[in-house]
Design a protein around this ligand. Structure first.
Ligand code: DGJ
Length: 580
């Protein structure tokens, strides 16, 4: 169970209202009525949920390819395919170079077109602010920024070479980005402040230094040789017990210092002269290192130093935007992973799990840190990103059968506010696995929202060649076994990975969503036998249960399991009873 949420919910509702009023006033030049329906995050038990128009909202989303939203003509035929995919939200890029092609002259026609397209198709948007950085590099800044390196300095590697990455150690870089972002948010307030088509903003994309462990420019070296800012050491001291263990252990191993230079407080960085290749393949890793190396820290002070500096920069940009229009904002992470174990082979300083606390200290205006999860260790990453009170949202991931299973796990077990596979242009359509999965998840979305954060819902993953899985919920242990023989001969329709979702709606009542599995219930703390009282399959229509067949006999194997077929996810409601 995650620790209690202590961040970023420091703002009482009344204060949030004041911020909203200030934002409204800044647009019209006069006090405007606060808009209570603005998208915001709100606690429910241990969960943080997205609320819009005063209703909880579960993002069943997908992200467009990077360049799609740069052409409204390109988008035209895509909208109906997105609708057919059963999405409720589209994640779309807004690029700095396109909204501010000339310094100080803004063009929001693309943004307006996107919003119109979304509204016409009854979809919401999460906008991705591609500005100073995208995947560690800088290529979305306008040409007038790209071509003026004197004014807009780049990061420098250890060998003294420029990297195509705007340096975080430049107030000019930061302020130019912040001004453009503020203009965007002011515009959104004007065109969307009442309708709330735009739910959230991702600020930048997968930030961090790629190609070396840190920025070695003269300004960066000066900061690195200087003291760790007091705000950071204060944060570490205040949250000592709640810090992620990777960071706490490192800090403790170096004496839990509350002041000192970066290396005094966090230990040594990358060994001098060590080249950072694109992939962590040399020196050859042993098989064991290949498996585990991506969970270790390498010269972590460099990464912590960059995390602090990216967080400060991003926080400044975010604050400028929120001062105009205050809706939830997040930062996404390119993860440390196999073949990308050393900081710099993945963007060093991005919001990866070991530096979550550093980001929280440096960027309090950011509402959550979001992993882009393409790696197989999906659940492990959900767990690592659910620490330190960080609400979970997955802006990039897979959209196939494995992706749908992962979505169910994230929403049902880790209380995620949403899930969004990347590159939807390539596979949107009614026949996609995503569409079939989202169709069922959207039926149970109201139930998921009702149960998040209360300890009355959980989920699990089952792999075709993996072991059965057991979870405890209420008074029952629930075991799910993968089944390739749902009824009759083995079938190839079984996907490699499926999820089971279990919602306890009463002491002996459960709603179960599953596919390719048999589900068994046993009493958790008693020797009594458990029987299936009644089992119904059915659908939820507008949140109301519409029963189909009453299941029994061959449809409930051995009269003691729920059976879910292989072809698609199904929903069953069961009432259990006990006998001796
Ligand atoms: C991660 C990035 O954040 C996306 O913008 C996109 O480039 C994908 N990678 C491509 O796989």
């Amino acid at each position: 169970m995650r620790t209690s949420i202590r961040w970023p919910f420091a703002l009482p509702a009344s204060a949030a209202l004041v911020v909203a009023m200030a934002a409204a006033a800044s647009v019209s030049g006069q006090a405007a009525l606060p808009d209570r329906g603005l998208p915001r995050l709100q606690k429910q038990g241990t969960a943080a949920q997205l609320v819009v128009d005063d209703k909880r909202f579960l993002i069943l989303g997908a992200e467009l390819n990077n360049s799609s939203a740069s052409s409204l003509d390109y988008m035209k035929p895509l909208w109906p395919r997105l609708v057919a995919t059963r999405l409720n939200t589209v994640l779309a890029t807004v690029s700095w170079e396109l909204i501010e092609p000339e310094k100080g002259k803004f063009d929001f026609r693309l943004v307006d077109g996107l919003i119109e397209g979304a509204r016409a198709n009854d979809l919401r948007l999460v906008l991705l602010w591609f500005a100073s950085w995208k995947n560690g590099k800088s290529n979305y800044q306008p040409l007038w920024v790209k071509t003026d390196q004197e004014r807009f300095p780049l990061a420098i590697d250890e060998q003294g070479r420029s990297m195509p990455i705007l340096s975080t150690f430049s107030d000019v870089n930061r302020d130019a980005d912040a001004r453009a972002f503020a203009a965007l948010m002011r515009h959104l307030r004007e065109v969307d402040g009442r309708k709330h088509t735009v739910l959230m903003i991702q600020v930048e994309n997968e930030v961090g230094v790629l190609g070396d462990s840190r920025d070695y420019s003269p300004a960066a070296n000066r900061a690195f040789a200087g003291p760790v800012p007091k705000e950071l050491t204060d944060h570490l001291r205040r949250h000592r017990e709640a810090l992620v263990p990777e960071l706490r252990e490192l800090w403790t191993a170096n004496g839990s210092r509350s002041s000192g230079t970066w290396t005094e407080v966090f230990g040594p960085g990358k060994p001098a002269g060590k080249a950072i290749p694109v992939r962590t393949l040399s020196p050859p890793l042993t098989a064991e290192e290949h498996e585990t190396g991506w969970r270790k820290l390498y010269g972590p002070v460099d990464e912590i130093f960059m995390a602090w500096n990216y967080a400060r920069y991003v926080n400044h940009v975010t604050e400028a935007g929120k001062a105009e229009y205050d809706i939830p904002m997040f930062v996404n992470a390119w993860l440390q992973q196999r073949d990308h174990a050393w900081p710099g082979t993945y963007p060093s300083g991005g919001p990866v799990p070991q530096v979550i606390d550093v980001w929280q200290a440096g960027a309090p205006a950011i509402d959550l840190l979001a992993p882009d999860i393409y790696v197989p260790e999906f659940e492990e990453l959900c767990a690592r990103f659910s620490r330190s009170g960080n609400p979970l949202f997955i802006p990039e991931a897979r959209g196939d059968t494995r992706g749908i299973a992962n979505a169910v796990l994230a929403l049902g077990k880790y209380d995620a506010i949403g899930y969004s596979p990347f590159g939807i242009d390539r596979f949107a359509g009614a026949e996609s696995e995503l569409a079939k999965g989202y169709e069922v998840v959207s039926q149970v979305a109201p139930l998921i929202l009702e149960h998040q954060g209360k300890g009355t819902m959980t989920a699990l993953l089952l792999d075709r060649n993996g072991q059965p899985q057991t979870v405890r919920l209420g008074n029952y242990d629930i075991e799910a076994r993968f089944s390739t023989r749902p009824f009759g001969p083995a079938t190839d329709a079984s996907p490699e990975r499926v999820a089971g979702l279990f919602i306890s709606t009463g002491p002996d009542d459960f709603v179960v969503v599953g596919r390719s599995m048999n589900v068994y219930f046993t009493a958790a703390k008693s020797p009594e036998n458990v029987g299936l009282g009644t089992v119904e399959e059915g659908v939820y229509a507008d949140g109301r249960w519409v029963p189909g067949r009453r299941l029994n006999g061959d449809e409930t194997p051995e009269w003691r399991a729920l059976r879910f077929r292989s072809e698609s996810y199904g929903i069953q409601r069961v009432r259990l009873y006990r006998y001796r």
